[in-house]
Design a protein around this ligand. Structure first.
Ligand SMILES: Cc1cc2nc3c(=O)[nH]c(=O)nc-3n(C[C@H](O)[C@H](O)[C@H](O)COP(=O)(O)OP(=O)(O)OC[C@H]3O[C@@H](n4cnc5c(N)ncnc54)[C@H](O)[C@@H]3O)c2cc1C
Length: 381
């Protein structure tokens, strides 16, 4: 991972905005990525767009590696003190999953309070065109389109610009971002957008141009964000963000041949949230990547994200077959036991449900805030 020091005026990715980072799909590269985590540097630099972040989210989101596995690997090389910040960030993901488990579909509406001050439910055209005029954000959107990744701070800036400056309702823009993210995770995405927009937090998040310059290495002056925080909160929607649009997102699922199941063997179901190469690895069974049209119609993903999921499955689950159809149709074909991992998106599955590999299996339920949740987790560390 490059450790470029940011200077004012630097571009995010100096030579070509659209080249970094990359996401290989083979397990060894993923393990190498885990083994090269630098927890100390992470804590110091994670907010900078070229900081020592892990780039593991696409693998975590797809359950290729679990948070618990990563946590153990980190603790083999670093003390708790050195790795606390990183483990806390991993815990944010688990927290969002627990909130989803607790609230269910309520996370698709305003969770804690109505989003304050929104004026429409569309999305600024300038956001889609990556032409908001804020270089740090526009380059981040270009990277999202080309690489399926956006740094956490730019996600926050983008959501802030959309919901709090352009005053969009969070839902459509969050679906837009989810569509392009290799790490698209319904809970982290939906609840983070709501956190920024203050429907899952008590106040809206704002960042001004000075803050964006500092963390993205740009040096823009005199933009509409180049102001103090009081003015930012009171500002009218800038002209460049006033044109809004709706978008139609759709998933182009592949056409595949019929699968063949050995009905003397159990069937293990993989999906976009379970591509765990170690799951039942030593057992004989049918292995099926289930792509349900109903799921992808509710939560559309781009061709690039779909290809990434399919490639992860092909590279890491020997003998996997792809089934495009609903669970019920697969069940008609699978005569022996069906195994799957628990996940809020597949509550309609039937068969033998197995637990996910949690970092903090005993900490679940509802929490007033992440820090109330973290306090409970700390007891297990
Ligand atoms: C508006 C918005 C939308 C987001 N949408 C998603 C999403 O769809 N999928 C997703 O995985 N993350 C999402 N995040 C959280 C976070 O931005 C990404 O997890 C992180 O940027 C991934 O990069 P990384 O693996 O290099 O993270 P690192 O900083 O290296 O962190 C390591 C891991 O910890 C977890 N993590 C770190 N920060 C967060 C966080 N703030 N919230 C939840 N988990 C975290 C992730 O699993 C991440 O891979 C979103 C954040 C915001 C503000």
């Amino acid at each position: 991972m490059s450790e470029r020091k940011l200077h004012a005026g630097d571009s995010l990715f100096p030579d070509m905005p659209n080249v970094a980072p990359k996401f290989p799909t083979d397990y060894n590269s993923i393990l190498n990525r885990i083994n090269s985590i630098n927890a100390v540097q992470y804590a110091k630099t994670r907010n900078f767009i070229n900081g020592a972040v892990t780039y593991l989210s696409p693998y975590i989101a797809r359950d290729v590696v679990s948070l618990s596995f990563i946590k153990e690997k980190i603790l083999q090389r670093y003390s708790f003190h050195q790795s606390e910040k990183l483990i806390q960030e991993l815990a944010w993901r688990e927290y969002f999953q627990r909130i989803w488990q607790y609230y269910g579909d309520k996370i698709f509406t305003d969770v804690k309070q109505k989003q304050p001050d929104y004026i429409h439910q569309q999305i600024p055209q300038a956001l889609i065109n990556a032409q908001t005029g804020i270089k740090g954000i526009d380059e981040g959107i270009a990277c999202l389109y080309s690489n399926g990744y956006m740094h956490n701070h730019i996600r926050m800036y983008t959501a802030m610009l959309t919901c709090n400056v352009a005053k969009s309702y969070w839902q459509l823009p969050s679906q837009w971002m989810y569509y392009y993210l290799l790490d698209g995770d319904i809970a982290s995405n939906t609840l983070s957008w709501q956190w920024v927009a203050a429907s899952f937090s008590s106040k809206k998040y704002y960042a001004n141009q000075e803050n964006i310059n500092k963390y993205t290495g740009t040096n823009q002056l005199n933009t509409y964000l180049d102001t103090d925080y009081d003015s930012l909160r009171m500002m009218d929607v800038p002209t460049v963000l006033q044109t809004t649009t709706t978008i139609s997102l759709q998933t182009n699922l592949p056409t595949v041949s019929a699968i063949e199941l050995d009905n003397t063997l159990p069937t293990f179901i993989y999906n976009s949230y379970n591509i765990d190469p170690l799951w039942h690895t030593n057992e004989k069974g049918n292995r099926v990547l289930l792509l349900e049209p109903s799921h992808f119609s509710k939560f559309p993903i781009s061709d690039k994200v779909l290809q990434f999921i399919i490639q992860l499955a092909k590279d890491n689950i020997p003998g996997i077959q792809i089934f495009v159809g609903e669970f019920d149709a697969l069940r008609q074909q699978a005569k022996a036991a069906i195994h799957y991992k628990e996940h809020p998106s597949n509550q309609h599955y039937q068969g033998i449900e197995e637990s996910r590999d949690w970092m903090f299996p005993n900490v679940k339920g509802n929490f007033n805030s992440f820090f109330a949740y973290w306090k409970k987790c700390e007891k297990y560390l």
